[in-house]
Design a protein around this ligand. Structure first.
Ligand code: NAP
Length: 250
């Protein structure tokens, strides 16, 4: 453990911080004075980010028990946990469901959030003013054709997060769910297995949000006083009315 991490007054942990919403959120929290521990599988990117923001980069695969244990053991205290690691694989009707894609989505979004949250909960409580922010999606609020693998995983991740709210009543931990609509990140590139043209097509013809738009909102949540719990925020681009309807679909 670095001495900066060991002596930090306020520590924020961001999972999936090697790109997109996680990386942007780490920058915002660092600017608010948190020592930010950034976790993901691509350590080279994390290390560059940690150097930039004066934080700590730690390798993390949320689908592996041992990786989560090593990661969370290395965190001496935790004031804020941002459950952000996640994503989608594929877009197919239930009739053609790819079991491996479903497993990836459930392991990463649902069980990944469970593993990290469970391990850090004692430290969040011990902080005296803990905050858990889980980045679910509008896919946690709606279903859409060909999206059941992702929407079911995001609904399950949301159920886990929302169950903690009453379970933790009386404990000094706040819980906020962030439900974004379309954000241009590496999300679609991952969903379509590196197909850049297919990913670009998702965001062409409309103006999506960018990662900073979500990070700024998370920064607002993190800067509320301890007695204020923002339960859920749904954020969409002006060009998107729901998971099923945007200015391209009509
Ligand atoms: P992104 O750019 O693809 O970032 C996803 C992050 O998750 C990466 O840092 C990735 O890092 C990490 N990750 C994936 N699998 C992991 C694993 N097994 N262990 C640890 N980290 C892992 O996409 P994003 O849009 O920023 O996504 C962030 C969150 O927002 C996700 O939960 C996503 O479902 C949600 N979301 C996105 C949108 C959107 O339109 N973009 C909308 C609603 C919700 P490594 O690959 O380096 O591990």
């Amino acid at each position: 453990m670095t001495s900066a991490l060991a002596s930090a007054d306020r520590v924020a942990v961001v999972t999936g911080a090697s790109s997109g919403i996680g990386a942007a959120t780490a920058r915002v929290l660092a600017a608010q004075g948190f020592h930010v521990v950034v976790g993901a599988r691509r350590l080279d990117r994390l290390t560059a980010l940690a150097d930039e923001i004066g934080g700590t980069a730690l390798s993390l695969d949320v689908t592996e028990d041992a990786s989560v244990a090593a990661f969370t053991d290395a965190v001496p205290r935790c004031d804020i946990l941002i459950n952000n690691a996640g994503g989608a694989k594929g877009l197919a009707p239930v009739a053609d469901a790819d079991l491996e894609h479903w497993r990836w989505m459930w392991e990463t979004n649902v069980l990944g959030t469970l593993r990290v949250t469970k391990a850090l909960l004692p430290k969040l409580i011990a902080s005296g003013d803990g905050l858990i922010v889980t980045v679910t999606s509008i896919a946690a609020l709606e279903t859409y054709d060909n999206g059941a693998g992702y929407t079911s995983a995001k609904h399950a991740q949301a159920a886990l997060h929302r169950t903690l709210r009453p379970e933790l009543l009386g404990k000094p931990v706040r819980l906020t769910e962030i439900c974004p609509g379309m954000v241009e990140t590496e999300f679609s590139l991952v969903r379509f297995d590196g197909d850049q043209d297919r990913s670009d097509a998702v965001y062409s013809g409309l103006t999506p949000m960018i990662a900073d738009d979500i990070a700024e909102v998370i920064g607002f949540v993190a800067s509320r006083p301890p007695h204020v719990n923002i339960d859920l925020i749904e954020i969409k681009p002006r060009d998107q009315a729901s998971a099923r309807r945007n200015i391209k679909t009509g």
